[in-house]
Design a protein around this ligand. Structure first.
Ligand SMILES: [Zn+2]
Length: 440
């Protein structure tokens, strides 16, 4: 069964997809296509569901090494007293490489074929992405305190420029520009990062209105909400993808609509840190592009986008007290084509259509939790799991075959993570001196 996610939502019950090099060249009935094409390789899709690879629009992949490192804490305590201190010591080129490798393995095995990421040591991340063959949009997270690889935002921004030059024209990697948040990056840094995005035709990432605290601080400091603060800086437009957007009022949503800002929705992270439920149905009703992201593993604690799609729908229904909001089809759209549009890639990925890049996944429909099914979008949103993914193709290359990773040496990655986690455990037990004063 081929779920195309094209604009007519075509689903072909006995379908086939024809791939030549890195592109999808035809989609249709299996009978017709098998007589029209002579294929070098045929993947048997009997009893399988074929759909576009999932697009994770907001994550920090190297943070897989901090899976379960600091749980059950509010955001500010979690961030300033645990994550920033551990990153100050452990975000090294080698560890970033290890974390990215583990993340890419996890993403591929759960059907994610493209991810949008902001972190540090992005060149190392890009090398891993290149060697594994997954698709990614990568950016250096610009902050105004000393980051692991840049003492100040000037250095962070110069890293972005280097990345743009080095990875230009790579078939799988796009570089973007990022400012961390309106409270960890200064107005000047935000404006400069966004200008870099404009100058080089990139998307621009920022975390925005994630907590009530952030909104209250912004009003105290600037007299306006974080959204209005950014709008006054002139940095909001269709190249912007704002992550979280939990606490937006109607005026903020009006600004987003007028400026065509995209939203990166991270439901599990928002729930885990008890930040709230973002008004996703409202965003969709206003025609905003909303994609789904896992955020980093340290606040999730996994990268399974099927799980994330399900959480998106359930959290909206519960908070609205209305089971009819955020229907299954909308959630699948957010996990695929709308996510692609949110990161400026809707023209090349996110659906199975001739002319698009061949980012395709196959899932097994033969397991108890997939039987029976009456509506394919309900099946994807509410029943299927990342572990049902059997085959993953990115840019025409098979990267997962029968749940075996073809481009990642998992054993080596596991050994490295194991060694590292011992050091992390020792560090977690040590008293921290930085605390919240880390910012100053
Ligand atoms: Zn994030």
């Amino acid at each position: 069964m081929v779920v195309t996610m094209d604009q007519d939502y075509n689903v072909i019950s006995d379908g086939a997809v024809v791939i030549r090099n890195d592109q999808i060249v035809d989609v249709g009935e299996s009978d017709q296509l098998s007589s029209a094409y002579q294929a070098k390789k045929v993947i048997d899709g009997n009893g399988k569901l074929v759909m576009p690879g999932l697009v994770n629009v907001h994550t920090h992949s190297p943070m897989t090494i901090y899976r379960g490192y600091a749980d059950d804490l509010p955001l500010l305590e979690w961030l300033y007293e645990h994550i920033f201190p551990v990153e100050a010591k452990f975000a090294t080129p080698d560890n970033v490489r290890t974390g990215t490798h583990l993340a890419v393995a996890e993403m591929l095995l759960s059907g994610t074929t493209c991810f949008n990421d902001t972190y540090y040591f992005v060149d190392q991340m890009a090398e891993v992405v290149d060697s594994c063959g997954i698709r990614a949009v990568l950016s250096e997270s610009v902050v105004d305190f000393p980051a692991p690889n840049s003492p100040n935002p000037d250095v962070g921004l110069s890293h972005t420029l280097d990345l743009i030059r080095k990875w230009k024209n790579h078939p799988l990697i796009r570089i973007s520009a990022s400012a961390h948040t309106p409270f960890t990056a200064s107005a000047d840094s935000i404006v400069r990062a966004r200008q870099m995005a404009v100058d080089h035709g990139l998307i621009f990432n920022i975390h925005l209105s994630e907590t009530r605290w952030e909104v209250e601080e912004s009003i105290k400091k600037h007299g306006v909400s974080p959204v209005k603060f950014l709008d006054n800086l002139g940095v909001l437009d269709s190249r912007t993808i704002a992550a979280h957007c939990v606490h937006l009022d109607d005026e903020d949503i009006d600004i987003f609509t007028k400026k065509d800002v995209a939203v990166g929705h991270n439901p599990q992270c928002n729930m885990k840190l008890a930040n709230g439920v973002a008004p996703i149905q409202k965003f969709l009703d206003r025609g905003l592009r909303v994609g789904i992201g896992t955020d980093g593993v340290a606040s999730n604690n996994d990268l399974d986008m099927f799980d994330e799609m399900r959480s998106s729908a359930l959290a909206q229904k519960l908070s609205a007290g209305d089971p009819s909001v955020l229907k299954a089809q909308s959630v699948v759209e957010m996990g695929t084509i709308m996510g692609a549009r949110a990161i400026g890639m809707g023209d090349i990925i996110g659906s199975i259509e001739p002319g698009k890049k061949a980012d395709v996944i196959l899932l097994d429909l033969g397991r108890p939790h997939a039987i029976p099914h009456f509506n394919v979008y309900s099946l994807i949103a509410y029943s299927l799991r990342g572990s049902d993914v059997e085959t993953v193709i990115v840019n025409g290359q098979m990267l997962v075959d029968q749940r075996k990773l073809l481009t990642v040496d998992l054993e080596t990655v596991y050994q490295k993570v194991k060694r590292l986690s011992k050091k992390l455990k020792a560090f977690a037990g040590m008293p921290k001196v930085m605390g919240r004063s880390f910012l100053a």
